[in-house]
Design a protein around this ligand. Structure first.
Ligand code: G
Ligand code: G
Ligand code: MN
Ligand code: NA
Length: 253
């Protein structure tokens, strides 16, 4: 309750900022994208993680304003990096369910792309399986987004409760294997089997696949053995400030 009023202040006074976590090609190690992750520099409590304040933003309806700020800032920053000679990579932005279902979503995002100058193919939206529960609703939204050239990634894949049938119906570009399957993958044969199966399914459905939460070389090796094309996790890089991200671009990693 206390944080609720503070969050209003945060939006008004520019206390939110974005970190960027690199996503890389599993074999070449080249950066292929970044995920934008919002943080709040609270005047008294220091840096707060989105796990703490996104639920408050969702409950209070501030998620729309917050989400607009995140989308605009992520697109603005990526356009600035492209123009400054950085690699032509995508920026992924997490969407809350409420945002996904907001009226005129595609028009609203296209306006942000136009305003910031970022081409639609460099924006990827991360949504979750729970938003696919009613394919009749989600197909309309996803088809519009996809026709605009915006990419769609299914975050936390494998942890939701929806059926797999929507995968064949909807324009989804990438499956993002949840990090709970990666954590014990070096010891747990069941996790390894599930991950291998998701990778294979993605390939057969002509989707890209990324594994998240990779923290060790041993985990990476298993994913490469199973032909996972993309990786994200502390082993490659923790989320970085915009300044540190630029340093990585300059170093040519
Ligand atoms: O607290 P922690 O950093 O683990 O929380 C990360 C969670 O916050 C993830 O589930 C991530 O998807 C979510 N998250 C990060 N940035 C954003 C954002 O800009 N919008 C939304 N809706 N969720 C975000
Ligand atoms: O749900 P989502 O995938 O959007 O969550 C992203 C969250 O995962 C961020 O909070 C990020 O800090 C965290 N994260 C990214 N890589 C790793 C990792 O290798 N290990 C762990 N434990 N968390 C990670
Ligand atoms: Mn995500
Ligand atoms: Na995830």
């Amino acid at each position: 309750i206390e944080l609720e009023g503070d969050l209003r202040q945060a939006l008004a006074h520019g206390q939110l900022f974005l970190d960027y976590q690199p996503q890389a090609d599993a074999e070449t190690n080249q950066i292929i994208g970044v995920e934008a992750l919002v943080r709040w520099l609270h005047p008294k409590k220091g840096v707060l993680s989105p796990g703490v304040f996104i639920p408050i933003a969702e409950e209070t309806g501030m998620i729309y304003e917050l989400g607009t700020w995140v989308l605009r800032e992520a697109c603005r920053q990526m356009k600035e990096w492209h123009d400054g000679g950085g690699p032509l990579i995508t920026v992924s932005v997490n969407l809350s369910s409420q945002q996904f279902h907001q009226a005129n979503l595609t028009k609203y995002i296209k306006d942000i792309l136009e305003e910031t100058g970022l081409e639609s193919r460099y924006l990827e939206l991360e949504i979750t399986e729970s938003m696919m529960m009613d394919p009749n609703v989600s197909s309309g939204i996803l088809n519009e987004l996809s026709e605009s050239g915006i990419r769609i990634s299914l975050d936390d894949f494998g942890t939701g409760y929806s059926s797999l049938s929507y995968l064949k119906l909807l324009p989804i570009h990438k499956l993002k294997i949840d990090r709970s399957f990666i954590r014990d993958i070096t010891e747990n044969v069941n996790d390894k089997a599930i991950v291998a199966t998701i990778i294979s399914m993605a390939k057969h459905l002509n989707m890209d696949v990324i594994a998240e939460g990779i923290e060790t070389k041993e985990q990476l090796d298993i994913l490469v053995d199973n032909h996972c094309s993309e990786i994200q996790g502390y082993y490659y890089s923790k989320p970085l400030s915009a300044t540190d991200m630029e340093a990585m671009f300059l170093s040519g990693k």
